[in-house]
Design a protein around this ligand. Sequence first.
Ligand code: FES
Length: 163
Amino acid sequence: MEMNEPQEGRHFVGKKDDLINAKRTFKTLEGRDVLILYHQGGFYALDYYCYHAGGKLETGDIEEIGGTLCIICPKHKYKISLAKGEGLCKTIDKTQNPPMPKWFSKGVKQRVHTVRETNGDVYVELSKMPGWIESDYYQGEEGKEKRAKAEAEAEADEGMESS
Ligand code: FES
């Protein structure tokens, strides 16, 4: 059997050392675009395009927010937890006196996938979480068209700014 062949729904995505050096790796698995991240000793895998408007998460900063490790989408700065794909937002906690700003989860918005390492080989198993998760939209045909249109508009804007 080829090393790169999927085994039991797992996809070989690279050698551990290579992925650590790369820190961020893009892969298309079963037609799904996935970002594999290495951060502070751990691997994470999540849908490549932000659930909000399809921004590419690859260049997002990683920060701990309210005790949760998050990637910050570079497009509009939405915060997404690396481990669960929850969208985080800051609102006023009225249970406090005086009311204080606090981070809350908006629920799972970004599909996250399972990463396993065996003998220096790293595998990703795509999420089987049932139901619709918002980041699914940007993996489908309609979402792909919307992303392509937004990218073309952004490039046109950049062209106008630099001319
Ligand atoms: S596209 Fe990610 S925050 Fe808007």
